[in-house]
Write a protein that binds this ligand. Sequence first.
Ligand SMILES: Nc1nc2c(ncn2[C@@H]2O[C@H](COP(=O)(O)OP(=O)(O)OP(=O)(O)O)[C@@H](O)[C@H]2O)c(=O)[nH]1
Ligand SMILES: [Mg+2]
Length: 245
Amino acid sequence: MSSTLVIIPTYNEAENIEEIVHRVRVNVPAADVLIVDDNSPDGTGDIADGLSDDGKIWVLHRTFREGLGAAYIAGFGWGLDRQYDVLVEMDADGSHRPEELSTLLAAVEQGADLVIGSRWVRGGSVVNWPKRREILSKGGNRYARTMLGLPVRDATGGYRAFKRETLLGLDLGDVESQGYCFQVDLTRRTVGAGFTVVEVPIMFVERVRGESKMSGQIVREALWRVTAWGIRRRYRKLRSFGRNG
Ligand SMILES: Nc1nc2c(ncn2[C@@H]2O[C@H](COP(=O)(O)OP(=O)(O)OP(=O)(O)O)[C@@H](O)[C@H]2O)c(=O)[nH]1
Ligand SMILES: [Mg+2]
């Protein structure tokens, strides 16, 4: 059996952390959980410490808030050092339902190198999102897919399971993207390295408690980085066409 680590980054998730960890433990008891907390002012880190006494729940305390991307990179490093076979990304706010985790893990067992829990494939859905969030997510995905040539409907989705070998093949040391575009960045790297990506439909549920960290700055970062990656990709293609054609 593969050993699995579910990585949950947190910033001010005091109202959510206990429930989400409980749901992971109930639904996939064999998996370990790593909470990566960036010194949340609301005490999420202390609550997490209180959960971590059964040998399956771990907490990585970081001193500064550095964004979702940096938190995941730290969590991946922690898990790779400890030889986990599968590393899962999951939000703390309940949007990524632990009840669907075994579906993602089954796709890994069947051979996928990266499994994305997808809102925008047949059978996927979003619950309680305002129309503007749906438009932003669908539009952002269409833009990323076109600019980067990605064979993926939900490249910004953050509910994912990576095989350890996939992460080891991605050169995580030079990842700079922080917000949503961290997910696009990892998708693009995974596809570019020739790994297999499989999307499984999920029901994404808008958070009920706590505050979203989504911001204009996160959207702007995604837009300029995807644009820059896309231009570089086209330039490289043209150059190699010029050389070979
Ligand atoms: N460690 C850490 N976690 C973060 C940081 N920013 C966001 N998170 C966590 O990352 C997860 C996703 O953040 P959300 O605020 O839900 O953002 P989102 O899912 O993109 O936006 P919504 O769809 O509006 O919820 C949550 O568990 C957050 O607590 C950060 O800077 N550091
Ligand atoms: Mg969220």
